[in-house]
Design a protein around this ligand. Structure first.
Ligand code: AP5
Length: 235
């Protein structure tokens, strides 16, 4: 791995999609990659939750789908990602976390990236066993103020229900309850898994196990990033 864990490396370009089931660790790994390589993490789940929180027209439209663990319609998602990718901070690349999730979204992304002249370097699929995924989702808790992520077993707060960083209350995402988790996993299997073949045929699909501890998974991801030479490094 180039450089120490605390160093962040400036890359010339890095255009990555993280693919994987709900709860597999996309958000956790996207944050680590973003810190290390200095490229923005673009999470469609986070963008939608922010829109929901601010009651924007998009948030109001997305609410019913998210509550049921279903996908928000493709045309809304493609417009959202097009606006974000054409916005600030994406010149040197990005990590897409949670987009695309359907073949139609993948085609939409192809069109946007053609216009930006920024082809994808890698689609990295994170895989984990279903029982691990369910435990991760059921145990996840988030700070209602700063958004910091905890897990009741793997990463508990010092004081039960209270954020270590800012002292605010922790909450459980509505879609992290057992019934909705089941639906999210079904939706993933039916609508998102076909992307594996879509990207594999282009030779840009990589796979990493997400069963291990976060930093171990991250080490394996860094090894893949370096092997495919996604970027020239500028320390
Ligand atoms: P979104 O927020 O993207 O949810 P998701 O894909 O279901 O992903 P999660 O955030 O649940 O899991 P993750 O893989 O990021 O895991 P995390 O790192 O958090 O989407 C929510 C909803 O928005 C969708 O259902 C849909 O309605 C809508 N939506 C979003 N994008 C859309 C799109 N493109 N099209 C249509 N609709 C869209 O980890 C989970 C937990 O495990 C955490 O507690 C974490 O601390 C812990 N953990 C992580 N890694 C490890 C590890 N290695 N070991 C132990 N614990 C770990």
């Amino acid at each position: 791995m180039a450089g120490g864990r605390n160093n962040s490396l400036k890359v010339l370009s890095m255009h990555i999609v993280l693919l994987g089931s709900p709860g597999v660790g996309k958000g956790t790994q996207a944050r680590l990659i973003s810190q290390r390589y200095n490229v923005p993490q673009i999470s469609t789940g986070d963008l939608l939750r922010e829109a929901l929180c601010n009651s924007t027209p998009l948030g109001l439209k997305a609410k019913k789908y998210m509550g049921r663990g279903e996908l928000v319609p493709d045309e809304l998602m493609i417009a959202l990602i097009e606006e974000r990718l054409n916005g600030q901070g994406t010149k040197d690349g990005f990590i897409l976390d949670g987009f695309p999730r359907t073949i139609a979204q993948a085609r939409g992304l192809d069109r946007i990236l053609r216009q930006m002249k920024s082809p994808l370097d890698l689609v990295l699929e994170i895989e984990a066993t279903p029982s691990i995924i369910i435990r991760r989702l059921e145990g996840r808790r988030l700070c209602q103020n700063c958004g910091k992520d905890y897990h009741l077993v793997y990463h508990p707060p010092r004081e039960n229900g209270v954020c270590d960083e800012c002292g605010s209350r922790l909450y459980q995402r509505k879609d992290d309850r057992a019934r909705t988790i089941k639906n999210r996993l079904r939706v993933y299997r039916d609508q998102t898994l076909p992307l594996r073949e879509y990207y594999s045929e282009r030779g840009i699909l990589g796979t990493v196990s997400g069963n291990e501890l976060p930093l171990e998974v991250f080490g394996n991801i860094c090894a893949i990033l370096e092997k495919i030479e996604v970027a020239g490094y500028r320390v």
